[in-house]
Write a protein that binds this ligand. Structure first.
Ligand code: SAH
Ligand code: SF4
Ligand code: F3S
Length: 478
């Protein structure tokens, strides 16, 4: 394999997919490949797919249609398909699309260099076997030429797979059974990242706060999610810790308390609600009702009064009535989400809800989506307006789309755009900012000039630290 060979990866879906793309990219670097800026410069194109809704799956098929020309424009070009659609469809992708050279499932990321080498000698294949042990997490260290998405930030997988089987969701089928990595391996990875200058770590898992409930307890270590957070919080250099996505039923007292105690645990929780109707939640098999969800929110706010709660919601789930939808709006208002993603229900293969004939009329679902999005937009704007005049710190991600500004996120995970002077802070640096304006999608800030703007020490500006946090008492039954 010549060292000048270049690859490009298109990534759809969630952060777990983005992180898998990073893993593949690192493996390819170790195998002598280098990253191409775009398709036109690439010899190898990988599509890392998402299957969460029908539309996401169809992106693959439209991409593959367009790729026929790309492939025939130069000899030796290769196409690989990975991710959740690859796991779901496997052989069917190779059969239907002659332009595809190989398919790799969600547990087979490690095999990509091998699959590429086989494809170079003309062997088309699918590898998507479920790997039930921890070996799939044994990956090489970061290649010196490889950079993560943003300097200063990194993902760390703590668990993968899902045993929840919500009735609408394909993820248990595409990511397999739940498995947690040993705490020692996670802590070692976080330490290595911190040593390389990473300041913000996002812990990943399909139900990330269920961490440790199965495999880890059986042998490797005996650590639950809150204890894992405490270990990572103690690593010098880690200034911000985030995690996604938690499930409401796995919030215990210890985890809520951690939000009040750990200075570097960010005051933001993305907590999927899905629906505010108890009847719909039961048919979704979410294993909690609206009341239990509200209790988690209350416990989090008790521990960390300024915590920003964001969510995911589905409208048009089979059998959802107007009254059910009104319940969703009611709970949305009651929580006061700072932001939310909302989706129209999309039937997915081999899920329980897909067999429910009680479909909601698509026009009704569309109206509900529009009404919900309007409500969420109003809540976001109100939350943003409440921040004007305050101070925060942003971890710079890069140039803002607005031009002449830098973009970063604050501890509450809000996007902040800030005008720069002659020496703009670089991606990966933390800069103090004063909020001067609120828009529906972001905050506008002014960089505060300091002697050492890249080292905000968190004592002079608001960072990931509890402000006036009370100490939680008692338990909240879930
Ligand atoms: N693991 C996360 C969810 C991951 S999927 C959790 O348990 O909360 C991200 C979001 O996509 C879900 O929260 C849900 O709101 C949405 N989603 C999943 N399946 C869907 C479907 N079939 N139709 C519409 N939205 C769906
Ligand atoms: Fe899907 Fe439910 Fe698992 Fe989340 S908890 S990944 S929604 S099955
Ligand atoms: Fe999509 Fe798979 Fe993530 S279905 S949302 S890429 S786990």
């Amino acid at each position: 394999m010549g060292s000048s060979r270049r690859f490009h990866i298109r990534t759809y879906g969630c952060q777990m997919n983005q992180h898998d793309t990073e893993k593949v990219s690192n493996l390819l670097h170790h195998a002598g490949w280098r990253q191409a800026a775009e398709d036109a410069d690439a010899d190898l194109l990988l599509i890392n797919t998402c299957s969460i809704r029908e539309k996401a799956e169809h992106r693959l098929y439209s991409d593959l249609g367009l790729l026929r020309d790309w492939k025939s424009a130069a000899s030796g070009r290769l196409v690989g398909v990975g991710g959740c659609v690859a796991q779901q469809e496997g052989d069917a992708i190779l059969r239907r699309f002659p332009q595809v050279d190989f398919v790799f499932g969600t547990h087979n990321v490690r095999l990509v260099p091998e699959l590429v080498a086989a494809a170079e000698s003309g062997r088309r294949q699918v590898r998507r076997e479920e790997v039930r042990d921890l070996s799939r997490f044994d990956l090489p260290e970061r290649h010196p030429d490889w950079q993560g998405v943003t300097p200063g930030r990194a993902f760390v997988t703590v668990m993968e797979g899902c045993d929840m089987f919500c009735s609408f969701c394909i993820v248990p089928r595409t990511r397999g059974r739940e498995i947690s990595r040993p705490a020692a391996a996670i802590v070692a990875e976080a330490q290595e990242l911190a040593a390389r200058g990473v300041r913000e770590i996002t812990l990943l898992g399909q139900t990330v706060n269920a961490y440790g409930r199965h495999a880890v307890r059986r042998g490797h270590d005996d650590v639950g999610f809150a204890a894992l957070l405490r270990r990572i919080a103690g690593i010098p250099g880690i200034e911000r810790i985030r995690y996604t996505s938690p499930h409401p039923i796995f919030f215990d007292e210890d985890l809520c308390r951690a939000h009040g105690e750990l200075e570097n645990l960010c005051p933001h929780v993305h907590l999927p609600l899905q629906s505010g109707s108890d009847a719909v939640l039961a048919r979704m098999r979410r294993r909690h009702d609206a009341e239990a969800y509200l209790r988690v929110v209350e416990a989090l706010r008790h521990a960390r009064p300024d915590v920003a709660i964001t969510t995911d919601l589905i409208v048009g789930f089979p059998g959802e009535s107007d009254a059910d939808f009104r319940e969703t709006l009611r709970v949305v208002d009651e929580v006061g989400f700072v932001d939310g993603y909302s989706f129209k229900y999309s039937p997915r293969p081999e899920t329980v809800a897909a067999g429910d004939p009680d479909r909601v009329d698509p026009d009704v679902a569309q109206e509900r989506l529009a009404a919900l999005q309007e409500r969420l937009r109003a809540l976001t704007l109100a939350a943003h307006r409440a921040r004007v005049g305050g101070r925060t710190q942003i971890l710079i991600e890069g140039e803002s789309r607005r031009g002449g500004q830098v973009m970063g996120r604050d501890p509450w995970h809000r996007v902040v755009n800030a005008a720069t002077g002659a020496a703009p802070p670089q991606p990966g640096q933390v800069a103090p900012v004063r909020i001067v304006e609120a828009t529906p999608h972001s905050l506008i800030g002014q960089l505060e000039v300091k002697e050492t703007p890249e080292i905000a020490d968190g004592r002079e500006t608001e960072g990931c630290r509890p402000r006036g946090a009370g100490s939680p008492t008692g338990t909240f039954p879930l």
